[in-house]
Design a protein around this ligand. Structure first.
Ligand code: ADP
Length: 272
């Protein structure tokens, strides 16, 4: 359902600060998969996800959603954006309506749906992210940090996307807020059969939740495999700058779960 074919992207092409952020990326994601996306800062994760709903257009290559090249002439990107919901980092900064309900309703209202359906969708989405009815008439600014984040996610969910992409949805939240959001994402994925792409700095979260992990490195796909296979290559993860204590903790957890994860982390000398 998602397919990138030889996708490259260069920022400020031709200028003195030209930067190739994606370099010949090809990958496919199947319907209903939960994909974790990890990689060092600057490895191209945000650029890659912005390709998926047409916010950025590839400099080279093609992006397909459900078999449609989304950058073809004649494709309405509005339709693609209803299908591919993107929750950017710190989405709560985009809350602006008088009430939480109105904020969550904003997307579906813009889809031209009848008012009753807009409200029904907004209430359903609020329920999915665990915001109870008593909060819906409040100002978004009266919510806690975690509640605001959930309201922002509900706003995307209310458009009933088939694909939900989240860029660091737990950044800046306290541990309870983090766990709540992750639990809700897992729950939505299961109950709504959503395809999820979760970009995260936390390899532990991703290893727990994802069917497959996409490891980005310097603008290309370093690995794209199941968590156990990815963490078998712990030396390589270390080499590309991922956090060693985190890698070690994930490996320990996989081993506790009875999964054979050969190899180890080296704290001195070469990674292998
Ligand atoms: P990540 O999300 O993995 O941190 P990004 O996709 O944000 O990586 O960035 C990939 C590369 O592109 C980095 O070298 C970054 O500095 C560069 N980059 C990102 N956004 C811009 C931009 N708006 N203008 C110029 N360079 C950018």
């Amino acid at each position: 359902m998602i397919k990138l074919e030889n996708v490259s992207y260069t920022y400020m092409k031709g200028g003195p600060f030209e930067k190739k952020a994606l370099d010949n990326v090809s990958l496919e994601v199947r319907p209903g998969e939960f994909i974790g996306v990890i990689g060092h800062t600057g490895s191209g994760k945000s650029t890659m996800i912005q390709m998926l709903n047409g916010l950025l257009k590839p400099s080279e290559g093609r992006v397909f959603i459900d078999g449609t090249d989304i950058n073809d002439k004649g494709v309405n990107l509005r339709d693609i954006r209803f299908k591919v919901g993107l929750v950017m980092q710190y989405p709560e900064y985009q809350l602006f309506e008088e009430t939480v309900l109105k904020d969550i309703s904003f997307g579906p209202a813009n889809m031209g749906l009848p008012r009753e359906e807009v409200e029904e969708r907004a209430r359903f989405a609020a329920n999915m992210v665990g915001l109870n009815d008593s909060l819906l008439e409040k100002s978004p600014f009266d919510l806690s940090g975690g509640q605001k984040r959930r309201a922002a996610i509900a706003g995307v969910l209310a458009m009933e996307p088939k694909i939900l992409i989240l860029d660091e949805p737990t950044a800046g939240l306290d541990p309870a807020g983090r766990d709540e959001i992750l639990f809700k994402i897992r729950d939505m994925h299961k109950r709504m059969n959503l395809t999820v792409l979760l970009v995260s700095h936390s390899m532990e979260d991703v290893a727990k939740l994802a069917d497959r992990i996409l490891v980005m490195n310097g603008g290309h796909v370093e690995m794209f495999d199941t968590p156990d296979k990815v963490f078998c290559k712990s030396g390589r993860l270390q080499e590309i700058g991922l956090n060693v204590p985190q890698i070690t903790r994930v490996m320990d957890r996989l081993r506790e779960a009875g999964i054979d994860v050969p190899g180890g982390i080296y704290t001195t000398g070469d990674a292998y």
